[in-house]
Write a protein that binds this ligand. Structure first.
Ligand SMILES: Nc1ncnc2c1ncn2[C@@H]1O[C@H](COP(=O)(O)OP(=O)(O)OP(=O)(O)O)[C@@H](O)[C@H]1O
Ligand SMILES: [Mg+2]
Length: 160
């Protein structure tokens, strides 16, 4: 696993970053998003879904706990904000998402950390209240993902 940092200065730029990630994801990829309220997790998911050719509207799952979209691959969008009991997630069949044929993206993933597969990509989003639209993303991912991603996403967004 390699850790890399990128920064964005608008929601649009975060979507673009997600788009380039979505482009390189393959079946079985799990992505864990960590960040406070309004950090930009769902915004990033929107971009990832664009990169996966999802045409449906993307929004945080509320009552359903899991949203399913159809793009180049099935996409499962999970939000652990309201439900953090591991037993509930297991009963819901979360392992079928993780070990299935789609891409699974989890908001508030730290709440179910022990359930996540070992090759999960972790994305930590940091938000400094003094700079309203600035976000720093730390991405912890396998080296191949890093190489493909950094070849596509503007180096000007790289945090030196
Ligand atoms: N650089 C940026 N990247 C992402 N979002 C940004 C950025 N700058 C400003 N924003 C704004 O911050 C908000 C992020 O909201 P979003 O729903 O993506 O957060 P979230 O982390 O999913 O929150 P929640 O924990 O409530 O699910 C949006 O209103 C977005 O327009
Ligand atoms: Mg959200």
């Amino acid at each position: 696993m390699t850790a890399m940092q990128f920064e964005t200065f608008s929601a649009k730029e975060t979507e673009t970053m997600g788009y380039h990630l979505g482009k390189i994801f393959q079946a079985g990829q799990v992505v864990a998003l960590i960040g406070e309220l309004a950090a930009g997790k769902t915004t990033l998911v929107k971009g990832i879904c664009q990169g996966l050719d999802v045409r449906q509207p993307v929004d945080s799952p509320t009552f359903t706990l899991v949203n399913e979209y159809h793009g180049r691959l099935p996409v499962y969008h999970i939000d652990c904000y309201r439900e953090q009991r591991l037993t509930e997630w297991l009963e819901l069949g979360i392992n079928e998402y993780f070990y299935g044929d789609g891409v699974t993206i989890v908001e508030w993933a730290e709440r179910i950390e022990t359930l996540l597969p070992p090759d999960t990509i972790w994305i930590y989003i940091k938000h400094d209240i003094d700079f309203e639209n600035h976000r720093v993303f730390e991405i912890v991912a396998p080296k191949e993902i890093y190489q493909k991603f950094s070849a596509k996403f503007s180096l000007s967004n790289s945090v030196k």
